[in-house]
Design a protein around this ligand. Structure first.
Ligand code: GMT
Length: 377
């Protein structure tokens, strides 16, 4: 099948999932066309079935806001016609489902009928999508998709609670290439980051308020008072300065490394002992799954889809949002003892296997087949 994938190309879970999906689909023999404003960060183009088409938005002094949706829908129309694309798969409803719908309608004028599958990722429904300024357009775009998927059961329930939805929502969880995460580094070079007697704790996110980076620092502060440790913070975002200042205030700046956006996440996870994800809301928590696939237990909040990924007392522990004391105690219960840590590492890896690419990508292929059959013209 010839499939167009629309996604955000920058660092962020929805773009990563869309990119990995496209690559996996290409490996299954599909022809995949990524259509977005920049080459997705994890996309390596050296694949005979993978194509990338850049959306450019011409500017004009009259525009205070550049009409990206317009340029995207025009590009979709052109690429569908040029390459004979048979299905649109848009990731993150805003504004991709809206632009996809317009493309579909423009193509229909020329008697080209192609289905659109929309994957809901989280904040397109919760934080952003539910805003009254967006809600009518998001509701419309979801209801006018030919098939809709959500990355967790929790997100499906949120969608049905927040919007007036008359479409079936298929839960297709996020996935991970387990083999790729199976410690590709024989020598993690752990000594570059920490002393032999220290544990390594990691947090990866876009450092936005929803990730509660302050809680990450609070938890780490409590951990390091009992167990010698280092904290590695991966990512860039608006809360970074606040986090650095908090570390300084607590006198732990020396033990915390802010490494920015990194293309060496696997290497970092390879020597990580524990992963922290105390988010305010999280529809799935792909970063937690990546950690687990590398054999790293997770201390997280129990919000949104996280309980579907991080299993209590098996891959780690979950606590109420903001309960940093409980999270720190749970972390210490894993970190104090080598044998306990080893047990959690093994279980984390085992649970991650359920989300292996080979189990999940066929679920998307099934949704595509259904959308092709049930396309609304
Ligand atoms: O966090 C966002 O604003 C958007 C999105 C992203 O691109 O990172 O994250 C969401 O999608 C991920 C992939 O499906 C999920 O793993 C994240 O849990 C989800 N983020 C939130 O719900 C906050």
């Amino acid at each position: 099948m010839k499939i167009a994938i629309v996604c955000y190309p920058t660092f962020g879970g929805s773009g990563v999932v869309a990119t990995e999906l496209g690559i996996a689909l290409a490996d299954h023999g599909h022809e995949v066309h990524f259509i977005t404003y920049k080459q997705p960060v994890r996309l390596e183009l050296l694949h005979s079935h993978v194509h990338y088409h850049e959306v450019t938005v011409p500017t004009y002094p009259l525009f205070q806001y550049h009409p990206y949706e317009l340029a995207l829908s025009s590009k979709l129309v052109d690429m569908v016609k040029l390459h004979g694309i048979e299905l649109l798969h848009v990731h993150y409803a805003i504004p991709h489902a809206y632009a996809g719908y317009m493309a579909k309608k423009m193509l229909a004028e020329e008697n080209i009928h192609i289905p659109m599958v929309t994957t809901l990722h989280g904040t397109d429904i919760t934080l952003v999508g539910s805003h009254p300024d967006y809600k009518p357009a998001v509701t419309f775009s979801i209801n006018n998709s030919d098939a809709v998927t959500s990355v967790s059961q929790s997100l499906k329930e949120d969608t049905l609670n927040i919007f007036d939805i008359r479409k079936k929502i298929h839960v297709v969880p996020n996935f991970i290439d387990v083999e790729k995460h199976d410690n590709p580094y024989t020598d993690c070079e752990r000594e570059l980051m920490a002393e032999d007697n220290e544990r390594i704790i990691t947090h990866i996110s876009n450092l936005r308020p929803v990730k509660r980076i302050g809680d990450v620092i609070e938890i780490f502060d409590r951990i390091q008072k009992e167990v010698p440790s280092k904290l590695i913070v991966v990512g860039e975002g608006p809360e970074k300065l606040f986090a650095e200042e908090l570390c300084e205030k607590k006198g732990i700046l020396e033990q915390v490394m802010f490494v920015g956006n990194s293309s060496e996440v696997l290497k970092i996870l390879c020597f990580t002992d524990l992963f922290l994800l105390p988010s305010e809301s999280e529809s799935f928590g792909l970063a937690a799954l990546e950690a687990m696939a590398c054999g790293v237990p997770v201390i997280s909040s129990n919000t949104g889809g996280l309980p579907e990924v991080n299993i209590q007392n098996e891959s780690g522990f979950l606590s109420d949002v903001g309960d940093v004391e409980d999270m720190a105690q749970n972390a210490l219960s894993i970190l104090r003892d080598d044998a306990v840590l080893a047990e959690f590492k093994t279980k984390a890896k085992k649970i991650a296997q359920k989300f292996d690419t080979k189990n999940i990508v066929p679920m998307y292929e099934e949704v595509y087949a259904k959308a092709m059959k049930e396309i609304v013209i």
